[in-house]
Design a protein around this ligand. Sequence first.
Ligand SMILES: [Zn+2]
Length: 200
Amino acid sequence: MSLWSVMARRVMGGRISKDTGSRPGEGELMRLSETALLGEPSLILEAIATLAPGELTELARVVLRERVGEAIGVLRDCAPCHDLLSGGGYDPIEMLLAFRERIGHRGAQMDIDESGGGGSQRGQGFETWIRFGPINFLTSLSLDGMTLRESQVQVILHELAHAAGDVIPPDGGNPPESVRNQQRITRACLPETYERISRQ
Ligand SMILES: [Zn+2]
């Protein structure tokens, strides 16, 4: 029995009926995505240990689509976040709705790609190019004091802020400024998270 099926079995409470070998099929990828969406890095790392690169990318795309949906919810519910992201003259909700549709398609504005690392971005508006590395996105984006899920939503909004008219300062190759931008986005868009990590 492969590791991923052991982990998925444990997480899914035995809903996986049989071991199908070392490579997951469509159904197994769906179950794995439920594991990935739980947002527990150590569990996810074990569960994805035997995935081929293409499968890893597909899994990360499932999680990315879900978190983009959550980021759209944040923009709809949180006025300070919407105000910040609209400051460059773009409609951030319209952008994310369009970007989500294109994930996994050629030339997608936002996608999963080895080259993306912890998040890379260039270009503006609907011409932007935002990429996240699959392992980074699935497991290791956790920012100080933030859960993986909060970090995933934050990093989507962060790269969107650069694409939507640079409503936060450019921070490429400038780690301290990047951290300040993370704080700007978290304070505006995830205020409860910001409160919590500020107290730590
Ligand atoms: Zn940045």
